[in-house]
Design a protein around this ligand. Structure first.
Ligand code: 5GP
Length: 249
């Protein structure tokens, strides 16, 4: 991996490791407004208690994320993705990330089924939005609006925006996945504030963060395959990527 790249005709050089996540490494660069992100081949479940090296996963997630971030940009949805550096690395806008996971559910699955005994894949009307506190130590507990406000994690106006922005992302992603015969079941987003305090979509948009189900076969094409030990997770990821790439041609 080279440690420098061009962005907007300027050389950006990778610096010190800022943060080691479960599936990504985030580095500072010599430009304080830009971060260098490396997608790892690591898969984790149960908030990091289970992990495994899965060759090729980093580049698949990176490629899928790039296509989806660029799709959102074309739809006028601002996000942190700036440019690709290599098959596994990208430059992102440096943001102050909120400690909140924004989950959107179009169909019942995962914890929505285990919590409420809902029928798996039941269509959810209205679409369900939930917030969770990003904390491995506490197993990402659910948070309601007043808990978020009382802890000072976001303001009321930011909460209103988070809900509206996540709904816009849901619409844009549901549409693109529908075009490739995939149902977007649910997904998790993260947001950060830029230097002016504006909320911008961050993190990644990959099958690590979303449930994707083939409309014809009902097969899972996402990290559930890893969570459930149901085979090679990269088969589904490769399928998602090739359908997205074909759409772009
Ligand atoms: P659930 O709450 O059913 O486990 O997850 C709902 C959706 O959000 C799924 O698409 C899941 O992948 C995503 N999600 C929820 N929490 C996390 C998390 O901590 N990490 C990742 N990568 N995805 C999450």
């Amino acid at each position: 991996m080279s440690s420098a790249t061009e962005y907007e005709d300027k050389t950006v050089t990778r610096g010190e490791l800022k943060y080691q996540g479960k599936a990504k490494q985030v580095y500072f660069t010599d430009n304080p407004t830009i971060l260098w992100v490396h997608y790892m081949d690591q898969a984790t479940a149960l908030n990091g208690k289970v992990h495994e090296n899965i060759p090729e996963k980093g580049q698949l997630n990176s490629a899928i994320s790039h296509i989806l971030f660029e799709h959102l940009t074309r739809q006028g949805i601002e996000n942190h993705y700036l440019s690709s550096v290599s098959e596994t690395d990208e430059l992102d806008l440096a943001l102050d990330i909120l400690p909140i996971e924004v989950v959107t559910r179009n169909y019942a699955s995962g914890h929505f089924v285990s919590k409420f005994n809902a029928t798996p894949m039941q269509k959810l009307t209205p679409v369900v939005q939930e917030f969770y506190y990003k904390s491995d130590e506490l197993d990402d507990p659910f948070m309601n609006d007043s808990q978020i406000l009382a802890l000072g994690f976001a303001t009321l106006s930011e909460l209103t925006k988070l809900r509206a922005y996540a709904q816009e992302v849901n619409q844009a992603l549901t549409e693109i996945f529908d075009e490739i015969n995939i149902n977007l079941v649910d997904f998790k987003l993260e947001y950060g504030r830029d230097s002016e305090g504006k909320l911008i979509l961050a993190d990644e948009l990959s099958p690590d963060n979303m449930r994707l189900v083939d409309q014809k076969t009902g097969k899972s094409l996402d990290k559930d395959v890893f969570r459930k030990h149901a085979g090679d997770v990269t088969v589904g990821y490769r399928d998602v990527l090739s359908r997205l790439e074909n759409l772009e041609k």
